[in-house]
Design a protein around this ligand. Sequence first.
Ligand code: NZQ
Ligand code: ZN
Length: 381
Amino acid sequence: MENFKIDNPTIVHFGKGVVGDLGNVVSAYGKKVFLVYGKGSVKKNGIYDAVMQSLKEAGGEVSEFSGIRPNPVIGDVDAAAAAGREFRPDIILAVGGGSVLDSAKIISVTIPVDHSGWLFMKNKAKPASAIPVVAVLTLAATGSEMNPFAVIQNHETKEKLGWGNRLCYPAHSFLDPSYTFSVPKDYTAYGITDLMAHALENFFGEGEASLSDRFVFSVMKEAIEYGPLLLNDLYSYRLREKIMYAATMALNGLTLYGRKYGDWGVHSIGHVISLLFDTAHGATLSMAYPAWLKLHQERIPGRIGELGRAVFDTGDPGETISNLEDFFKSIGSPVRLDEAGISDKDKEALLPVMIRNQVGGNHHKLSDRDREKILEYMAGR
Ligand code: NZQ
Ligand code: ZN
């Protein structure tokens, strides 16, 4: 194994009704709360009211920034940071899915400075301080609730980048599985795909860490066993809690410790698809993972077979890949570009951006011919 440090400062409050304690937790940081949320789901499902009630009881003074979109963009983050700079909050409260949480993290480091948050994303500036972020998670998928990462798009530079800094761990995250009841079936499926992809990115990273492998397998088995049941029973608390817990554990360090790093090549392919076609993040991964594995089938057959033996009851790499693809298909997450509404013609735009952004993994590098082949697999050829 590689040497490693376990250092995850996020306090997670998990379970039914935990948001009742939100006001008390937030007021420990001060009275001024900068509330960030998305395009309105929290108003329809009552989460906004529950959050406001708890803040009101604790005497919070709230200023709001709403409208963060899925696949969040730097323009919104900078606009929110400007509003936050005026308000001078003690705390940022992010209520939503990964897009809202990721935006809040970059807002938190951009409020104290006088430049765009994009300079952080590009590693052209390093944050020295951050406004603490508290999260109320409403969608199980990204693991953003217990990690320091944020993924933001810039349409001007045609980039969707991931970035992380220790300052960006949420101070507290509130995870009430019943807050995910209203997530529609398609986004529930994309969340299941995403959490599995996080476990896989770490599994295919560099370094040998058998216990972390077993955490990967456990996360995947939870998703494979309970994901399909959840899609037939969206209001099951028991199933929502299993998927929410699995999503958090998939990308909080647990599946990585002892390795040098995760691969993340599939995510970088997915980010280009989202950037160009605004495809939901998880939907890009159910197309890209089987394609990436097909490319690597003869390069790393042993590793793919190990995954198959532990998760799909087969040591055959080809069967492992088909089983994973069939699983994604069975939950309604697309496995071909046309299933996500991306035509053969549209597809032509992908390769140049993949090449320009040098998409590929930390461990398994990709050549231009590899990128082309992955696109062919995603197109079903
Ligand atoms: O905007 P609102 O109205 O809130 O609607 C959202 C959005 O339309 C809706 N939604 C969220 N909670 C809901 C709900 N609808 C009904 N009921 C609820 N309880 O769902 C839609 C998608 O939300 P979004 O936040 O975009 O989804 P997700 O959590 O999958 O986040 C995706 C983003 O996270 C990034 C992705 O690249 C993408 O930009 N990622 C972040 C990571 C991280 N920070 O570690 C890692 C991931 O690999 C990923 O890249
Ligand atoms: Zn992801």
